[in-house]
Design a protein around this ligand. Structure first.
Ligand SMILES: *[C@@H]1O[C@H](CO)[C@@H](O)[C@H](O)[C@H]1NC(C)=O
Ligand SMILES: *[C@@H]1O[C@H](CO)[C@@H](O)[C@H](O)[C@H]1NC(C)=O
Length: 504
């Protein structure tokens, strides 16, 4: 009996319910992990041990709220499920040396050996900023319920073992490590488990759960790394999913199906021993919500390739913002109006300022908890996205190329984090990134706390005190009242960028 799950089945509704209930808690995850990284980069000293404990505590809280449900997969017989053997274009069929050395970047090779020499080997990369991954080529056998991936070597070798977290951020509660073993040469090592299913296509093994459910993490942690890992296979790859979340596969079905035309395997319920010739264990998170082109296995991939891929997957009509044929149409800006915190207090005034700058402005709260294809199409009809730092800006992935994203950074020295989460990703997507930093006078924290409070007077000291106060005040208790006079030049810059394109 297999544990395959068709995306698009259960859980959309329950996901929405869970998401709405836990939105507040989940929201802080958007920033916590990058905050930790950014803190290190910018030497904002945070007592690490304490921060870690807090992080884990939040994860515990979140798990309680987001207990998976309805995770039953649809079962099919092995016979019915097995992918058809394809004779044409089977890069992993006749194995040794068949795949050129450039297919994997050098940094993926522990000892820098070219690909042909790695046949029958496990090559693990444990140096990534967030994640460990292993690539296995040769006779690979997978016992899903045991989360064990075993390589039977074709050459004389020593037994080696790695523990690989299948989610691209380490130390996630609820996500077990995968044990990757390179067996030693017999007779020292026992025989590997016998194959019950043999696949002619490669596999990518990864976990769901973790921080998914937050729209930004859905992309940064899973969709983008999964794209980087599997795009080279043009759909002919099997996804082996640990800690499976059917709602997630349902929500992102169009994208997942375009990366893999085969049904995903629910490893936790899979009683088969599946055999492959090439397996990637774990996902590489290169950088937040982006791709480092040289690190993509199988050749250069960029974030612009990812957004082009989404436009294909969701059949989005506009590839490029404000094309010349639409000269008489005003560029449209989507003003993201968050529901809870980090809201625009004067959202209508902001919208009017955008119209005064020449835009057609639409105020909306696109949180990504409705059908994604509708949201994607809606966002794609805009030329600019304007919002306060938050998950809604993730929608930039659906904008046409060369559109503009304006991130409003709340008060409190949040720029490094804001740039890591959205500024760099947006630029990597080939979009124009503009940033507007809110002054103390535009923050509701000023009237709430008064000018002498350290939160207003000395944001650095708040950062030094650790994540808790940063999250509580700057992210959790702050709304912004934009001074539209001060903001006008930013809107003007956005308009100029779009005009320039129109004249081309
Ligand atoms: C897979 O591993 C589990 C746990 O170690 C074991 O009980 C099971 O027999 C293994 N399955 C096969 C088919 O070897
Ligand atoms: C708004 O910004 C303008 C330009 O920076 C400034 O002159 C004005 O005093 C600000 N208004 C308020 C109410 O702070």
């Amino acid at each position: 009996m297999g544990g395959e799950v068709k995306p698009g089945r259960a859980g959309l509704k329950s996901w929405a319910q869970r998401h709405l209930n836990s939105g507040f808690v989940v929201g802080f995850f958007l920033v916590l992990f990058t905050y930790l990284v950014v803190s290190r980069q910018f030497a904002i000293s945070a007592p690490n041990a304490v921060v870690t404990t807090q992080a884990q505590q939040r994860i515990v809280d979140r798990k309680v709220i987001r207990t998976p449900e309805g995770t039953e997969g649809e079962e099919k017989s092995e016979q019915e499920w097995q992918p058809k053997v394809r004779d044409e274009e089977e890069p992993h069929k006749d194995t040794r040396g068949a795949v050129p050395a450039k297919e994997l970047p050098e940094r993926d090779y522990a000892d820098g050996k070219p690909f042909a020499e790695t046949w029958g080997k496990v090559v693990c990369n444990t140096h990534g900023p967030y994640s460990d991954t292993c690539e296995l080529d040769g006779d690979v056998r997978i016992n899903g319920t045991a989360l064990s991936v075993t390589l039977v070597p074709s050459i004389q070798s020593e037994r080696r073992e790695w523990k690989v977290p299948p989610y691209p951020r380490k130390h996630m509660l609820g996500i077990d490590d995968v044990t990757v073993t390179q067996l030693g040469s017999p007779p020292k090592d026992a025989a590997a488990p016998a194959c019950t299913v043999t696949h002619d296509v490669p596999a990518v093994l990864f976990a769901l759960g973790g921080l998914t459910g937050n729209y930004w993490h859905d992309f940064s942690d899973v969709l983008v790394p999964l794209f980087a890992a599997s795009r080279r296979y043009a759909g002919d790859v099997v996804f082996l999913v640990a800690n499976i979340q059917p709602w997630w596969l349902g929500k992102y079905e169009a994208a997942v199906r375009r990366l893999s035309k085969h049904d995903a395997v629910d490893l936790g319920r899979d009683r088969a021993v599946r055999c492959f010739r090439h397996v990637t264990v774990g996902l590489q998170l290169h950088k937040e919500l982006s791709i480092v082109p040289e690190w993509a296995p199988g050749g250069r991939l960029t974030m612009a390739d990812f957004t082009a891929f989404l436009r294909e997957a969701y059949a989005l009509p506009r590839a490029v913002a404000a094309p010349v044929v639409e000269k008489r149409r005003k560029p449209r800006v989507m003003v993201i109006h968050r529901a809870h915190y980090r809201r625009f207090v004067n959202v209508q005034e902001v919208a009017r300022a955008a119209e005064a700058a020449g835009f057609e402005a639409v105020v909306t709260d696109p949180r990504g908890d409705g059908p994604l294809d509708e949201l994607a199409r809606a966002v794609n009809s805009f030329d600019a996205l304007l919002g306060v730092h938050g998950a809604g800006l993730t929608n930039a992935v659906f904008l046409p190329a060369r559109a503009v994203v304006i991130q409003v950074v709340p008060y409190g020295k949040l720029e490094p984090m804001a740039r890591t989460d959205f500024g760099e990703p947006v630029a990597d997507m080939g979009l124009k990134y503009l940033e507007y930093s809110v002054a103390a006078e535009e923050s509701t924290l000023l009237e709430m706390l008064g000018p002498d409070h350290p939160v207003i007077k000395d944001p650095e000291s708040v950062h030094r005190s650790g994540w808790d106060k940063v999250a509580e005040f700057y992210l959790g208790k702050q709304d912004v009242r934009i001074n539209v006079t001060r903001f006008a030049p930013t809107l003007e810059q956005a308009m100029q960028h779009l005009r320039k394109q129109r004249q081309q």
